[in-house]
Design a protein around this ligand. Structure first.
Ligand SMILES: C[S@@+](CC[C@H](N)C(=O)[O-])C[C@H]1O[C@@H](n2cnc3c(N)ncnc32)[C@H](O)[C@@H]1O
Length: 324
């Protein structure tokens, strides 16, 4: 079962409820300043007050939620029996990945979140307060590595849009700690930029040397076959609510979030792996041309129209799909 990329009704209602007490133009002003700091590589350090946290959540939570959900959907597709009970959400911010994981896995009963930002932690607890599943989340305030060292292992560990806020030199030790605390599966999601991809690919390569196996997006544990300036990323469309549009000063009723991710497991993935579609396929009257990452490496497959059934199947391929 695929989970919807749009925020669940409970979370939408909680965000709308919070927004009632705030001026939308204040929130829009703060969101613009926070986004500018992000684009300049400053991370979420400018999120300090309750208004900042809410502005951040309104502007970015729908998109990071959509990216985490798309990644979880890919992981579920490749491991449909995975039924985690415990979650560890590192750099949890307003709780985005926790909400996404709760939707994707009804089996989750125990949620631990870690973050150094007090304003985002307070917002996360507020948003979760009236949720049936999330009202008892445990949210530790503090530096991720110190928090991780003390944390119990979890079936599913997620770091969403987080490792980019850690200095290059510390990313390796953070990756090791994330893996140490992973009982079954680790999901790391980053912005779909060359820099975000570079962080994912470095973490992937390092953790494979420590025994990790890739569940998604790669159909293999070998070196990534893409050559710079190419980079592996995906895109997820999400609907914008009225508040979301207002806070972003945007007109379009949707946006497309670009993201890169890797899901790693302790157990090797068995059976023939399906190839990953790495860009939107080109469909013509003559053929479908698709860029695929296959178990053997990168290929540009052409499916001619005369191969009727295959052509009909390939016409439905979408960027990010796993196909055989
Ligand atoms: C861009 S936000 C992402 C929040 C959330 N995971 C999401 O996907 O929406 C990055 C989060 O990582 C947290 N963070 C960054 N560096 C950290 C560190 N060293 N220790 C703990 N939290 C950290 C920030 O406080 C912030 O909440």
């Amino acid at each position: 079962m695929m989970t919807s990329p749009d925020l669940p009704a409970e979370l939408k209602a909680a965000l709308d409820g919070k927004l009632r007490g705030f001026s939308r133009s204040d929130a829009a002003g703060r969101a613009a300043a926070i986004s500018k700091n992000y684009r300049e590589g400053g991370g979420s350090t400018t999120v300090r007050s309750e208004t900042d946290a809410l502005a951040y959540a309104l502007a970015r939570m729908p998109a990071t939620y959509a990216a985490v959900t798309a990644s979880l959907n890919a992981l579920v597709e490749n491991g449909p029996d995975f039924a985690p009970k415990t979650l560890l959400d590192v750099g949890a911010g307003p709780g985005t990945a926790t909400w996404a994981a709760a939707e994707a896995f009804p089996s989750l009963t125990d949620f631990t979140l870690l973050d150094a930002n007090a304003a985002l932690r307070a917002l996360a607890l507020d948003l979760a307060r009236n949720s049936t599943r999330l009202r008892d989340i445990g949210y530790q305030l503090g530096e991720a590595r110190a928090g991780l060292a003390k944390a119990d292992t979890a079936d599913l560990v997620v770091a969403s849009y987080m490792i980019g806020e850690i200095g290059d030199a510390e990313q390796r030790s953070l990756a090791e700690l994330l893996w140490q605390k992973t009982h079954d599966t680790l999901l790391v999601v980053e912005p779909g930029t060359p820099a975000g991809y570079a962080r994912i690919i470095a973490l992937r390569a390092h953790l494979i040397t420590l025994g990790a196996h890739v569940v998604a997006p790669c159909p293999h544990d070998s070196q990534c076959p893409l050559q710079a300036p190419d980079w592996c990323h995906f895109t997820q469309r999400l609907q914008r609510s009225r508040a979301h549009k207002q806070v972003k000063g945007a007109e379009l009723p949707y946006e497309d979030e670009k993201f890169s991710y890797v899901a790693l497991t302790r157990a090797a993935v068995v059976g023939r792996r399906r190839s990953r579609v790495l860009a939107q396929p080109a469909i013509s009257k003559v053929e479908v041309t698709a860029k695929l990452c296959t178990p053997e490496g990168l290929t540009f497959t052409k499916v001619p129209r005369r191969a009727k059934a295959d052509y009909a199947t390939a016409r439905r391929w979408r960027w990010g799909d796993a196909v055989s």
